[in-house]
Write a protein that binds this ligand. Sequence first.
Ligand code: NDP
Length: 512
Amino acid sequence: MSQVTILASVEAFLRRPHGLFIDGQATPVTNTDELPVTNPANGRVIARVGVANKADIDAAVASSRKGFKAWGQATPAHRGAVLLKLADLLEANSEELAQLETLQSGKLINISRAFEVGQAAHFLRYYAGWASKITGQTITPSIPSFNGERYTAFTLREPVGVVVGIVPWNFSTMIAIWKLASALVTGCSVIIKPSEFTPLTILRISELAIEAGLPPGALNVVCGDGAVGKALIEHPDTDKVSFTGSVPTGLAVGSTAMQAKLTRATLELGGKNAAGFLRDVPVEKAVAGIIEAGFLHSGQICAAAERFYVHRSHSGQICAAAERFYVHRSQIDHLLESLVTRLKALKIGSPMDEASEFGPVTNAQHQQKLSGYFAQARAENNTILHGGRLLDQPGCYVEPTVILANSATDTLMTQETFGPVATFLAYDDEDELVSLMNDSPYGLSASLWTNDLSKALRMIPEIQAGTLWVNMHTLLDPAVPFGGIKASGIGREFGSAFIEDFTELKSVMIRY
Ligand code: NDP
């Protein structure tokens, strides 16, 4: 039996009243408004979470201001040690956190274990290592000296202050950890506003953060809907918003931040990511690549590919020695046939079943949105080669879907579905491929698939994306900066990029 048994600690956590996490402890909200948290695998309400009102938001911000004072003055080595300890605690409580995440989001339990908890711990340790390496510069000014006076200058990297981290529902644990780890390591305090659909894991992680030695107030959690996020950004005593979510909400967040008080804003948004397959890629490799790029976590990954371009007349036969053998067969037909065969064999089922390969989408609204996209594809006479329906069973299940578009302007080639929907178009030559891949107002990620590295290296500068993968898609590493160009966002996370995000540069000049 591969169905996971729910831990007693998970059952007990779900039964608790949930609201805020302020000043180092779980705190009830001061009004009676609540939002249900629903398990998308069966539609059952698993918990209720209080919605913060103005008094709660004021209390969280005041606590964060105090927390910033204490935490900002901690030594870098201490900050690193606390994050390392939190990584250990995440791993020690891995199964509990993974189960909570799967119950609230419908993510396959193996993905919750590996990514939401395993990768989150990995990111925490990466950021912990930066604690003692955040430095300024020394500069020798060129100001002329008239009476023998001299000048020296240096820069300081100072934490920006109280950070509001606004998190979407798709990777609610990992994205919250990216934000809190990178902000905390610079000395900022953080208020996390989780998505209303997935607030539970971060409430549990805040308790672990206190156990790890984080002072009360350095991390607060405020739950509620978008209005709560907006109120946090507008609050006179918050200094920065780090937002991950959709493009329309990102535009609203950016404009709220600018109008509030020129609050610093980093916007990690969605897109319509492209994957281009050159004619030399064997079909089996292309199919595995499409599944990795478009169907992991039911496509609910901001970096997932949704537009797929395949050469119109390519065999995809494997090379022998230095020669390639092409037969005259339309690659797109052969490739799509193989993809559909592979998808038909996927085991769709409960995300708490370790044998399931494909689970539900995260909420009923999203399921309905996807249903709307299927209707639109039919209305535009796209060819639905597989899927294109909601599954007739309890829970938010959607079939993995493969669509052949008619043109680059079809809705499914231009609008983000954020679901398990791969839409294909054939191209004739590589110049056309590049222009099709770039034909989007967005530019979060893209991938090129080929065995011809020389060709890939020539195409890399041409493709408009914040991250371009070659022969891979979607996998993120904490050392490699991540963020969008064009309408996919402003700013970068990971690598050293976060230091600029969460610090202000102070210049000091001295005459002596
Ligand atoms: P949304 O943009 O709907 O929401 C994101 C967060 O913003 C939620 O916590 C939401 O709260 C909150 N919010 C909503 N309105 C406001 C507002 N006016 N002011 C402040 N906060 C607000 O995104 P989803 O949660 O639906 O996530 C899916 C989207 O996220 C996709 O478009 C995807 O591409 C993108 N994404 C981008 C990533 C990246 O790194 N670039 C990574 C992951 C996802 P509530 O839930 O209560 O409405």
